[in-house]
Design a protein. Structure first.
Length: 221
C-alpha cells in the first residue's frame, strides 16, 4: 500500500511537471512517464501533445505514448484525429505513424490527407505511408499526387518523400500523369520528385527550379 501511494504521488508530480514553464522540466517528465508507463496516464499525455509548444518535448511525448499498449493508445489517438485543434490532429497522426499499428488505417479520415493546415497534411501523408496496406498503395499514391504543387518548399518536400516511400513501381504512373499536366507548379513538383527518387542526394529546390525552367522553354517552342 505504501509503495502504491509513492507511485501515485510520483505520477501526480510528473503530471504537474508536464505543465511547467521550463521546457527541460517538461521533457524530463515526459521521459519519466514513458519509462514507467501507467495505462491511466495515456489521456494526460495525449492531451499535453495538443498544447505542448516545444518540438522536442512533443517528440518525447510521442515516444512515451509508444511505450503503452496499442489497444489503449490507438483508440485515444484516433479520437484526436477529429479535434478542431490542428496540433492535436497533427501530433496524433505523428504518433500513429510511430506506433505503426495497421489496425489504425481504416480509422484515419481521408480528409486529413487534404487538411488545409500544412502541418496536419504532412503528418497525415507520413502516417498514411506508414500504415497503408500493400493493396491500397496505388490509390494512396494517386490521392497524394493530386496535391502536387501545394505549399512551400518544406511542404512539397514532405509530399515528395512520402510518395517515394511508397516505392518506385507504385508512384511511376502518377508521376508520369502529373508531369504531363499543363501546370508549371504541378509539372515541376512531379519532376523534382522523380529526380529525388533516382538520386536521393539531389537538391530538391534546384530540381524544382530546373523543372520549371524546362517547362517554360517547352511552352515557348
Amino acid at each position: 500500500m505504501i509503495h502504491q501511494h509513492r507511485v501515485y504521488d510520483m505520477d501526480i508530480n510528473l503530471i504537474a511537471a508536464l505543465a511547467a514553464d521550463n521546457g527541460s522540466t517538461r521533457l524530463k517528465a515526459a521521459l519519466a512517464l514513458g519509462s514507467n508507463p501507467e495505462p491511466g496516464l495515456v489521456d494526460t499525455l495525449v492531451a499535453r501533445c495538443a498544447i505542448e509548444p516545444d518540438f522536442y518535448v512533443r517528440d518525447m511525448l510521442t515516444w512515451a505514448l509508444t511505450r503503452f499498449p496499442n489497444e489503449i493508445t490507438v483508440p485515444r489517438l484516433v479520437t484526436e484525429l477529429h479535434s478542431e485543434n490542428p496540433q492535436a490532429r497533427s501530433q496524433a497522426l505523428h504518433t500513429l505513424s510511430k506506433i505503426k499499428d495497421a489496425g489504425a488505417w481504416p480509422a484515419i479520415p481521408r480528409s486529413l490527407l487534404h487538411d488545409p493546415d500544412d502541418a496536419v497534411a504532412c503528418s497525415a501523408w507520413r502516417a498514411a505511408v506508414a500504415l497503408v496496406p500493400d493493396g491500397q498503395k496505388g490509390v494512396l499514391a494517386a490521392e497524394l499526387a493530386a496535391q502536387f504543387g501545394r505549399g512551400n518548399r518544406d511542404v512539397q518536400l514532405c509530399l515528395s518523400r512520402s510518395l517515394i516511400a511508397l516505392g518506385e513501381e507504385v508512384i511511376e504512373p502518377v508521376l508520369q500523369t502529373a508531369m504531363e499536366r499543363n501546370d508549371p507548379g504541378v509539372h515541376a513538383h512531379a519532376s523534382a520528385t522523380k529526380r529525388l527518387l533516382r538520386d536521393p542526394s539531389a537538391g530538391f529546390e534546384l530540381a524544382v527550379q530546373e523543372a520549371k525552367r524546362i517547362f517554360v522553354l517547352g511552352q515557348d517552342r
